[in-house]
Design a protein around this ligand. Structure first.
Ligand SMILES: [Zn+2]
Length: 218
């Protein structure tokens, strides 16, 4: 490709081929190259078929350092933010918007244990199916969830809400540790089972937050 003569339309055809190149300088982009900017300095088109982990240059693992992920996200968000490209070409503005939204989506998915775990199940080819997975739940587990929900609905003091929140946080913590161990062992079906439980407790955490927010408003 002749440097400088490429147009936005070229990139899409390049992306489909095995060796894409920079839309601006024409340099071939290798898989190990930096993802967001070319050596020539311009922002690049989102690379096709990147999963959320690859985008952050992370191993596909449930165990990740959330603090360092947040730091990486902030750095990328700053570099890619569309506000930084308002004086640039339309192509660059478009790529900055595309890259930013891809990074945002990846971050939102990876930062929380629940969505991270569900995403790993998806990558493993065994995602959770709401309709069938919820019907095979252990009755004792369902009973427990029902009781917590009843307690929350009937509670008349923030003290009681606090007590429920503390207990719920302990369960969330324990489940997260167990899920991490299951993934480490490669036991996807166990991770899957625990993630479904985590979903229910996460839902309870959401309800607790809602109650606390209301209390704060009053
Ligand atoms: Zn370039």
């Amino acid at each position: 490709m002749t440097p400088g003569l490429s147009s936005a339309a070229d990139i899409h055809s390049d992306a489909a081929s095995s060796s894409p190149s920079c839309w601006k300088c024409g340099n071939t982009i290798h898989p190990s190259d930096e993802i967001f900017f070319c050596k020539c300095g311009v922002i690049m088109a989102p690379r096709p078929n990147m999963d959320h982990f690859q985008l952050f240059n992370l191993e596909k693992s449930f165990n990740l350092n959330e603090e360092s992920l947040s730091q990486k996200f902030k750095d990328l968000q700053r570099q890619l933010h569309p506000d930084k490209f308002t004086q640039k070409s339309e192509t660059e503005q478009q790529y900055s918007a595309d890259q930013s939204s891809q990074v945002n989506k990846a971050y939102t998915t990876l930062i929380k244990p629940l969505s991270r775990g569900l995403y790993l199940l998806e990558l493993s080819g065994d995602p959770i199916d709401e309709t069938t997975d919820n019907t095979n739940l252990d009755p004792d587990f369902l009973m427990e969830i029902m009781e917590i929900n009843e307690d929350l609905a009937e509670t008349d003091s923030m003290e009681k809400v606090n007590a429920i929140r503390k207990r719920n946080q302990q369960v969330l913590q324990r489940l997260t540790t167990d899920i991490s161990m299951a993934f480490d062992k490669g036991d996807i079906s166990e991770a899957r089972k625990l993630l479904i439980h985590l979903k229910y407790y996460d839902n309870i955490a959401g309800k607790i937050k809602e109650l606390e927010r209301k209390e704060f408003e009053d």
